[in-house]
Write a new protein. Structure first.
Length: 163
């Protein structure tokens, strides 16, 4: 048979006793020292960055984003004008995509020259900052300028609203 240990705890109070304790003032509750979450025994894995450095980093990343948007508009328009002599549409398309990638690498070099101070965990941010906007704006401007300049010269049988 199993042996049971003798209970050492207080007997459970009556149901009416618990209601009385709710309204009584707490008895001798020791004060607990607040735990400072900023201070820990472990050394920080990332260097502590103050607000001015963070603000400067954000301003430079914002500047990089808008630089890439501007480059996308300029490069999309330039691709239309530079590659108009290429007759084969497939070759024109791939040439424009290679041109887009080359211009993006130029923006990476410019970003490296900006000397943005990023922690080691955010090193990819130089490449990824604004990449989606860059690609979509480049493609949009490229298609838009191609349509405006060369759209009325193709004969599709559908009248163009642009004269």
């Amino acid at each position: 048979m199993a042996k049971f240990k003798k209970k050492k705890s207080q007997p459970t109070p009556e149901p009416n006793d618990s209601k009385k304790e709710q309204f009584d003032e707490p008895k001798d509750i020791p004060e607990i020292e607040p735990v400072d979450s900023k201070q820990s025994d472990l050394p920080p894995s990332e260097p502590i960055v103050n607000q001015t450095e963070k603000s400067e980093k954000d301003k430079k990343l914002n500047k990089l984003f808008w630089l890439r948007v501007g480059f996308a508009v300029i490069a999309g328009t330039a691709a239309t004008l530079l590659f108009n002599h290429i007759v084969d549409m497939e070759e024109k398309r791939w040439t424009s995509i290679v041109f887009m990638i080359a211009v993006f690498f130029v923006t990476i070099l410019i970003a490296k020259g900006m000397k943005i101070q990023l922690p080691s965990s955010d090193r990819k941010k130089i490449i990824t900052q604004g990449i989606g906007s860059y690609i979509f704006i480049y493609l949009f401007i490229w298609v838009l300028t191609n349509t405006i300049i060369y759209g009325s010269t193709t004969v599709t049988g559908i009248p163009s609203p642009i004269p």
